[in-house]
Structure formats: C-alpha cells, structure tokens
Design a protein around this ligand. Structure first.
Ligand code: GUN
Ligand code: FE
Length: 426
C-alpha cells in the first residue's frame, strides 16, 4: 500500500475535470488505485504511510496511441512533402537502416528514454519489418518498466525492395515476438498486429494478418483515410471495397479484435458507421496532419457519434514526442475546423483533450488513464511552481501546464503503481 498526497486532477468523464486539492490517492501493492480521498479515513496505519508532495499536481500519465519508433531520428526534419512522397523520400530510407540491430539498439534506446522523459507511460508503437530490431525495442520497454504495444510492420507492395517482408516473414516474426513476450514479458509489453496501410499490403498479407488476429485475439493498428491521394490510391488498389475502412474490414482487421486507426481525416458516412459499430478507435494525430498538410479530422463528429478517440504524436510526421504538444494542436486544429465549418463543429475544450490524452487512449490498455478505484496507477507528479506565481486555480494551473509546460516539470513518473526512475540502458 502506498499513499500519495498532492493536488489531484483527472477526468473520470470526458470533458469534466475532477479536482481534489491536497487530496490522497491510495495505491494497493498490486499497482491498482484503491481510492482517492479528500481526507484520509481515521486509520492510523494509513496516516503513517503518506508521501506528501506538497503543492504539486498529480495527473494521470499520458498515452500515445500512434508513434513510429524508427522515425525518431527524422523528428523535426523533412516536413516539406505530403504523405506519399514523404514516405518514399524520407521515411522508408530511414526505416531501412533498422535491418542493423546495432543501429536499432542505439536509436531505440533514445526513443524509449524520450517517451519516459515526456511522461508517456503507455504507447502503441510501429517498429519496422525487422524482427530482431523489433524484439530489441520490446525489451527496452520491459527494461524501462513502461507499457507498450509493439508492432512488427507488415509491408510487401509499393515500397522499396529493401523495405519489404513476405507474408511468411511477417507471420514468423509476429509469432517470434509473441512467444518472446509471453515468456519474458511483464504483461505491460505486448505485440500488436501492424499492417502498415492498405497500399503497402497485398491481399494475401492482409488475409494472413486478419486470420492471426482472429486466432490470437491480438489487437490491430494501422493508418486510415489520412490524405486525399492515399484514399484515391486505395480505391484503385481495392476496387471491391465500399470505402477505405472496408478494405481492412474485409480481412478482419477492423474491430474484430481491438483496433486503432490513425488519422481518419476524411472518415465519414459508412466508414464512420463501421468504426462506431465495430468499436474501432480513431487515433487523432493533429500535429502530423498539420505537418503533412493532410487535413483536419472531424473529431467533434466522432465524439458526438460515440466513437472511441485517442491521441497520437505520429512521430516523425509529428515533430515532437510530447503529448502536451498534441493536446495543444488538437485544440487549435479543432478551432480552425470550427471556423471552417462556421461554428457547426464545436471546438474541443481543454478538459476534453486532457481526457483523450489520458483516459481516452488509456482505455485501449484496460483500466488506465484515471485514478478511479481499480485503475492502474499511471501518474505524473508535476511541479509547475515557476508558472504559479499569482495564485491561479488548479484548473488554470493545469491549463498553463498543458500550454506552457514541458518534460522538465515532471518530477516523478509511475506506471502500474511502480515509480519509474530514468532508464539507464547499458
Ligand atoms: N501511412 C503509412 N505509413 C505511414 C507513416 O509512417 N506515417 C504516416 N503519418 N502515415 C503513414
Ligand atoms: Fe503513422
């Protein structure tokens, strides 16, 4: 049992902050939240165990539901093209380097360290086609104590010869990764089935991955309706489908097991209904959608329809690993969308994006992203004292932290009840 005292802020319901000034969160030895309290119950045993964090903020840790680990080195570079030429010109050549496990180890260490730094305790990650490098990435997450779903990427068409795997190779690699994590994992790091996107995967590969999802129940992640040229291309490649999402659905890769679809900038009509019906998550990546001139995803429409929404950096189409930045972009893009639709699409509030960055995305990992009883205690302790010079309210302090804060403000990080010190990979 651990008891932490601080200014507690979380969002049990979307769009509504629950704030407990100088409250207590009681965490059981299994890492789950027992409860939060304004005052501790009269229990002498409990009172002696309190760790008092003074006036700092205690918030749920962030969850990045779409990020490409092998694009880490390209972060902040090469954002002068749209999606398809961007992939060919900058992204595929960098990912090709991950055939070398030593290169992979060197860069993946930095990547995992940076996630830790930014307070992202759980992530859904694309690796590359390379099984050994992908296993190295998974092992680094285990070493760091962070949660991650790690995807060996499947791609066997419309990509450079040096960055393609066969259906047999991706299947063998997935099975190796699953066996490795079943044996050596800690339950926090698990595999996720990862067809890159429809243009990269033959029908045969999609069929095999869909069957593997059905057989294992493993989750799925991919890209959907990100950019207009991409959508046109998918129509040509898959003429027998009613929409882009249907091309995944046909193969059992669209909510038949828990599924993440990044972007959905142009998702509407039938595609949207299918996502709703199948419980598919939209992963909104507004930083990436701005950088690659992709478009503005209609997040308000998705929320109104009751579709699950999470947030992602999409590094390196997104240029920063901080979920604070993603929250800023999510609000700002939603305001441009609001203006563009003449107020029809109401913009997102701060508490809504805070929900999406914590509990919205956390839901994909189970009971994660909130401090309600039974939730896994994933938390950040934030020292915003340098921003709090004029007695702002706790709600204002959260707002200022989201807009003005950075990784230096995070003083402690917890994942499933365990405090994670800085990873030291040697
Ligand atoms: N679609 C297929 N691959 C990618 C990728 O690496 N990044 C983004 N943003 N979109 C993709
Ligand atoms: Fe992506």
């Amino acid at each position: 049992m651990k008891i932490y005292k601080a200014n507690i802020i979380h969002t049990p319901t979307p769009g509504k902050l629950e704030i407990i000034p100088h409250g207590y969160v009681v965490v059981k030895s299994n890492g789950l939240v027992e409860g939060i309290y304004k005052e501790l119950p009269e229990n002498m045993d409990w009172r002696r165990q309190v760790m008092d964090f003074g006036d700092k903020l205690l918030i749920p840790a962030f969850n990045d539901l779409h990020v490409h680990a092998p694009q880490y080195r390209n972060m902040g570079l090469a954002l002068d093209l749209e999606l398809l030429p961007w992939l060919n010109t900058y992204t595929f050549p960098e990912e090709t380097k991950y055939a070398d496990p030593e290169y992979a180890r060197r860069l993946y260490r930095r990547f995992v360290h940076e996630l830790w730094m930014q307070g992202t305790m759980r992530s859904a990650v694309f690796a590359t086609i390379h099984p050994e490098a992908t296993r190295i990435l998974a092992d680094l997450f285990i070493q760091a104590g962070m949660g991650a779903m790690v995807g060996l990427v499947g791609m066997n068409r419309n990509s450079p010869d040096t960055l393609q795997n066969t259906t047999d190779e991706v299947m063998a690699g997935m099975k190796m990764l699953k066996a490795h994590l079943d044996e050596h994992g800690n339950g926090l790091v698990t595999p996720i089935i990862t067809p890159r996107f429809v243009p990269s995967c033959s029908d045969k590969m999609l069929t095999a991955l869909g069957e593997y999802a059905k057989e294992t129940g493993l989750p799925v992640q991919s890209h959907l309706s990100e950019n207009r040229s991409e959508i046109e291309w998918v129509k040509q490649l898959e003429p027998d489908t009613t929409c882009y999402g249907d091309a995944y659905n046909k193969y059992g890769l669209f909510g038949q097991t828990p599924t993440l679809m990044a972007h959905c900038c142009y998702t509407d009509g039938e595609e949207m209904e299918m996502m709703k019906r199948n419980g598919v998550y939209v992963v909104h990546c507004p930083m990436s959608n701005s950088n690659l001139s992709s478009g503005m995803a209609p997040i308000r429409k998705f929320l109104n329809a009751g579709i699950n929404v999470a947030l992602g950096t999409d590094v390196s189409a997104g240029h920063h690993m901080s979920m604070l930045r993603v929250m800023q972009y999510a609000i700002q893009v939603s305001k441009l969308n609001y203006a563009q639709t003449k107020g029809e699409m109401q913009f997102l509030s701060l508490s809504e994006v805070f929900y999406l960055a914590t509990k919205g995305g956390g839901a994909f990992f189970g009971k994660v992203g909130s401090f309600e009883p039974g939730y896994e205690f994933d938390a950040l302790l934030v020292d915003d004292s340098y921003l709090n010079y004029d007695n702002y309210t706790l709600e204002q302090r959260l707002e200022r932290y989201i807009y003005l804060g950075d990784d230096r403000d995070i003083k402690r990080r917890f994942c499933r009840g365990v405090e994670l010190t800085e990873p030291c990979f040697n």
